[in-house]
Design a binder for this molecule. Sequence first.
Ligand code: ADP
Length: 421
Amino acid sequence: MSDRSFRFLWHRSIFVKLVAVMLVTGLSLLLMVASFVQLIISPNLVTSRRLVAEYARALAASSPDFERAKQLAAHLDLQVRYEGPDGTWETDPDLPSIAEIRSGHWHDYYVAPGSNGGTYLISWELGRRMREFHNTMLWLLHVLMLVIVFLAYVVLRHILRPLRSLHEGVTRLSEGQLDVVVPRWTRDELGVLTDAFNQMVRRIGDMVRARDQLLLDVSHELRSPLTRIKVALALLPESEKGRRIAADVAEMEAMITELLELERLREGRGMRTERRDLVPLLREAAESFQDRPPGVRLALPSEIVLDIDGEKMRTVLRNLLENAVKYSLPDSGPVEISAHENTETVIVRVTDDGPGIPEEDLANLFEPFYRVDRSRSKKSGGYGLGLSICKRILEAHGGGIAVANNPGRGATFTLTLRKPG
Ligand code: ADP
């Protein structure tokens, strides 16, 4: 793993942090054991070895015979080999020869001359066993640490499972899915957090539904007084004031019609889908905006057959192009409409070269009545319903709409539509 990807994981994953903390703890313990061996046991072993070397020299100088060597072997846990003018003997047949010891790096074997002209090889069995034990212990500790870290990894993954579910839940909620329910795996703090999250989602869902219902009720209620005002206006003598009031009433009517349309779409009512080619619709929409600066450019395949409601798709394209043209700057390049097919979806993009959308507004842009800049929107005549209608229309088609700022300038609206199954 590269340094950058580790740092990325470190900052993004609490799980990686916990495993790293465990690894560091394990390594510290290992270091403590190694230091203990190095500082306390090793110096004592070195002294013992010096003692044994001295003893081996003294023993060889006393030139013990085979019988005496056997007694010592049983009593002091030593093995002895003798090679001399009067023959060769050993207390253990597995002992190496003196020549072998002299030619290699052997530990805990001592070679010393005897007073009878021969040479003695004395092996300190306890020292050898302790050395082997140390090596085995070291390996065992490493393996044990790896096993413990692995087990801890598995246990941590299990313990942190609710966190992953919560993460998925939060992601789905931020995508606007208000029906998400995160399963509760445990009764601990994470379980409590999961309950609180589910409750929060329920309350948000209730609030959004209440808001939509309020909008619907107000829209319905406003229709009758508006009709009465229109009738009253028609009965009044013609005047400038009367014309201005009539224009305001017309605007309110348009808004109410859009709000009611929004509600109809949410319930999936009034959709008339049929199999048709999307490309002529895109061309037709582009043509109606061709004469308005900065113009429209097309990058389309020859045909895209989809199950769509042609009228509703026209509304979507009209709203998007209206915005793209309306918010274009004097030096903006033409708006571009492009489309391409994937295996299961069709992607249509409307890209403009305008000012783009402030990052903090991107998430709410498709909410009813949401405007980036109230004064600017008022001036440009919108009241923030166009994009929410686009979203509902695409959702009623089983698709979606998203927006992102371009790397250079302007914004791109991406429509996703399902291909006929
Ligand atoms: P409106 O009728 O106010 O344009 P919309 O729902 O169509 O309402 O758009 C909501 C807001 O999103 C607009 O007020 C505008 O601030 C912003 N917006 C939409 N399209 C664009 C765009 N292409 N470039 C910049 N801002 C945009």
